[in-house]
Ligand binder design. Structure first.
Ligand code: SAH
Length: 262
């Protein structure tokens, strides 16, 4: 079988948020943060990332998505990508040779080094620190699994890091990929309307966010705490900070004990 050439098995998503495959576009987007996804379900992208602020930023070229269809690297006439587990048991496993070819293809296209991640419920659980770290680099390469996952030799051969969305099992890595990319992209300058809002958010400094209120001032007999109308910004900050600490203490003792008040 001949290997797909550079432009095969790949779709880049940008300006029109429709699948495209243009080398020129690669040049234009060469310097923006790019998420490369290897998936059996390329049509699930951009998915929710095409909406609202992340969608607008994608259209504006503030970040880019490059989707590689794993099926195109499949074996034989039927483009098989999976087979039964060695040793028996339920389900199917993504084949090492097929996934390896797809990874090699994506690695060859990279101009800069990026972390290579397998989305997996066995991985380290994704968190805000990871998002903050990933966004500092050129982007990420995410391998979305399906079925029972991928042949272990692929993970060992490339030294792939496994990252989980949480302690539950989904049918595929695509939703996890979108969740993680969303968490990263919204940290890019100019993606959120108000950069200051990132600073105070839950998890950004190890605390959960304080309660938020907006109009109407009274709703179903419930009012907004008076301090928020005081106009005294120091007092408001103190109130928010204390609410943040209280919420974190009661809801997430794990976060609270890791938090070092500064
Ligand atoms: N047999 C595997 C689960 C396979 S689920 C196990 O027990 O560990 C199928 C695919 O969905 C996985 O390969 C992975 O890519 C994705 N997936 C499922 N749950 C996930 C999670 N919590 N985080 C990230 N990816 C997940």
């Amino acid at each position: 079988m001949s290997l797909p050439n550079k432009s095969h098995g790949r779709k880049s998503i940008s300006a029109s948020v429709t699948p495209r495959d243009l080398m020129g576009q690669d040049e234009r987007l060469a310097h923006v943060w790019t998420a490369d996804i290897i998936t059996l379900f390329p049509d699930s992208f951009p998915g929710v990332l095409g909406q609202s602020l992340t969608g607008r930023a994608l259209t504006e070229g503030k970040w880019a998505l490059s989707i590689t269809d794993l099926r195109l690297f499949g074996d034989g006439k039927h483009k098989n990508v999976d087979d039964t587990p060695a040793g028996g048991g339920a389900g199917m496993v993504l084949r090492a040779d097929v996934v390896g070819k797809a990874i090699d293809h994506v690695l060859r296209l990279q101009k800069m080094k990026k972390p290579l991640i397998f989305l997996s419920p066995r991985g380290q659980v994704f968190n805000q620190n990871m998002a903050n770290e990933w966004i500092q680099g050129a982007g990420v390469i995410l391998l979305a699994g399906r079925f029972e996952g991928v042949d272990q030799r692929v993970i060992d051969h490339y030294g792939i890091q496994e990252v989980s969305l949480g302690d539950f099992v989904m049918s595929g890595g695509e939703i996890a990929a979108q969740a993680m990319i969303d968490a990263c992209v919204r940290l890019l300058p100019g993606v959120l309307g108000n950069a200051a809002s990132i600073e105070q958010e839950s998890h950004q400094h190890g605390l959960l966010e304080h309660p938020q209120y907006t109009r109407p001032n009274e709703w179903n007999g419930r009012t907004i705490p008076d301090v928020l109308f005081s106009g005294n910004h120091q007092k408001i900050d103190e109130w928010r900070r204390s609410e943040s600490e209280e919420l974190t203490k009661t809801r997430r003792p794990d976060l609270w004990s890791a938090f070092k008040p500064r």
